[in-house]
Design a protein around this ligand. Structure first.
Ligand code: CA
Length: 226
């Protein structure tokens, strides 16, 4: 578990880094907002602890930079200001929790643990597109209320098509994501798998969702986007 701490007060920054390291986390410390935003958007962190008042780019700016790149790791704000305005602003920008300074380290650690747990469970457990539902935990697929039995590869293929629906997926990408290897372009393994999957997902249902895009690949297209 890797945590980024963005804090300009050197005492607090060092104290947090030391405490979190002792608690078993890998910690990077940025001492200003610009460095913090750079690290948060170029490295992979499981959590960011972000001071609001920072020289240069403040905590709000760092948070905006993080969310703009589509990163959804939890962000815990540290703020000396207790105004309701600040909290609302932070929540609107996508902060996950607040801690008012001064705080006890034990409280910070408790919040960190909660956020990290929540962060892991934020992955949706059911993918839904049109009337297809794919349950990642129970490994079940339902269309129009009817249970559909898939092999492990068909399940993985459908999961990929659902996650990136309305996007044409080249065969090479499907090969690397579902079979974890590269296929020669003349192999028909993918073609056969898609045909079998399509028979299970689309036969007897309307609208047809899985389409071949000649010379390019495959797409699971939602009716609205078609
Ligand atoms: Ca500060």
């Amino acid at each position: 578990m890797k945590i980024l701490v963005v804090e300009d007060e050197s005492k607090t920054g060092d104290y947090l880094t030391q405490g979190l390291t002792e608690a078993g986390y890998v910690v990077d410390l940025a001492r200003n907002g610009v460095d913090g935003a750079h690290l948060a958007t170029s490295e992979d962190y499981d959590l960011v602890i972000l001071d609001v008042m920072l020289p240069g780019l403040d905590g709000w700016g760092v948070l905006q930079a993080i969310r703009k790149t589509g990163r959804s790791m939890p962000v815990l704000f540290l703020t000396a200001r207790s105004q309701v305005d600040d909290r609302v602003k932070g929540l609107e920008l996508g902060a996950d929790d607040y801690l008012l300074k001064p705080f006890a380290f034990s409280e910070l650690l408790a919040r960190v643990r909660t956020l990290l747990r929540r962060g892991r469970s934020m992955e949706p457990e059911v993918l839904r597109v049109a009337d297809v539902e794919l349950d990642l935990l129970r490994r079940r697929v339902v269309r129009g209320g009817k249970r559909i039995d898939l092999t492990a590869k068909e399940f993985a293929l459908l999961e990929l098509l659902l996650r990136r629906h309305d996007e044409v997926l080249p065969r090479s990408l499907i090969a690397s994501q579902v079979w974890d290897m590269n296929f020669d372009s003349d192999t028909n393994v993918i073609e056969v798998a898609v045909r079998r999957l399509r028979a299970k997902i689309d036969d007897g249902f309307e609208p047809k969702l899985i389409h071949t895009v000649r010379g390019m690949g495959y797409v699971l297209e939602t009716p609205e986007a078609a």
